[in-house]
Design a protein around this ligand. Structure first.
Ligand code: DGY
Length: 329
């Protein structure tokens, strides 16, 4: 019988083509709600489902699912209960590596954009309020010499460090907040002698820009809460290109409103696509619609990797990028 792939939301053509070459492909016309997705996965009609971040693949859905695998069109996979998938023998794949630089670019863009008040500046021009050069118009902050604190030190954090060092920033990191783990010089590689490891507490207190690069887990949910925000410098700016729920967004809105911290650059939100009331009205924010990986070559490559994972699952081969590797081995 022909292999049948379910694609919950159309992905770029290079991925769809690989799927079509391997079997039959059903692409849903619109993103499925939870009930529709659960019913499709339980139908027995599909071998592999190709999911997006908003597709909640939780334990009850996976328990009833009659699919061999789930291929997520993302590097993050907090939308999938991987333990439940493993218990039910369902393989899970993701798309690491290809979006590292693009996401680090967006982190850097948010650092520069918040420091130099780019949203306020753009609005002033578009609103016709630019009446000529002024000595004190929209004064911002220097990033050179400022302390960038990286929460996490994986691929995207390292790519952000590389860029920040080029801008003359002083880079600190805490590799596994809120916990600790020593990173040796060997592990630091090209960064040895250029960046410094500190505790999470120190990172919070010393950063001018605190940039989040951790996966969303039970340990990192609300990593930045009211308590952390209170310990940050009043002139600090929070940058989040990781996952929205890593930040307690209501506490952040309050901190920005009251001047506890100076600003925030966010590409992700706690209850995406909804924003916490009050956030959009704050002038000291740059808000982006989760576009960290949104370049044409990167999305094509994500499509290709997710399709390669899906085809490997369907054909019983080792996945190029397995999240539950014991099953994939
Ligand atoms: C991911 O891949 O996890 C990003 O958030 C979307 O590209």
């Amino acid at each position: 019988m022909a292999i049948h792939f379910l694609v919950t939301t159309a992905i770029p053509e290079p991925g769809l083509q690989l799927l079509r070459d391997a079997g039959q492909v059903t692409v849903l016309a619109e993103p499925p709600d939870y009930g529709t997705l659960a019913a499709l996965c339980a139908s027995g009609d599909f071998d592999v489902v190709l999911t997006q971040l908003r597709d909640r693949m939780d334990a009850p859905l996976l328990a009833a699912a009659r699919v061999r695998g789930v291929s997520n069109f993302a590097v993050g996979y907090n939308n999938i209960d991987v333990d439940a998938a493993t218990r039910h023998g369902i393989l899970v794949g993701n798309t690491p590596g290809v979006l590292t630089d693009a996401t680090a670019d967006i982190a850097m863009l948010l650092i520069l954009g918040t420091a130099r008040r780019v949203v306020e500046a753009d609005r002033l021009v578009r609103d016709g309020r630019f009446s000529g050069w002024e000595p004190e118009l929209l004064l911002g902050r220097d990033v050179s010499g400022a302390v960038l604190g990286l929460a996490g030190f994986g691929r995207i954090a390292r790519a952000t460090a590389r860029r920040a060092l080029g801008f003359g920033m002083d880079v600190l990191f805490a590799p596994r907040p809120p916990g600790d783990r020593h990173v040796s010089d060997d592990e630091l590689g090209e960064f040895a002698g250029k960046v410094r490891q500190v505790t999470w507490n120190e990172l919070v207190q010393r950063s001018d820009f605190l940039s989040l690069h951790v996966p969303l887990t039970d340990q990192t949910r609300h990593l930045v809460d009211d308590d952390v925000l209170q310990r940050m410098k009043p002139e600090a700016i929070l940058i989040n290109t990781a996952r929205g729920p890593v930040v307690h967004e209501a506490a952040l809105v309050e901190a920005l409103h009251s001047g506890t911290i100076a600003g925030a650059g966010l590409d992700v939100f706690e209850d995406e696509p909804q924003l916490t009331p009050g956030l959009a009205a704050l002038p000291n924010t740059v808000l982006l619609p989760h576009i960290g990986s949104a370049t044409v070559p990167v999305r094509n490559e994500m499509a290709r990797l997710s399709a390669l994972n899906a085809v490997a699952i369907a054909e019983g081969r080792v996945l190029p990028h397995a999240v539950n590797p014991l099953l994939g081995a």
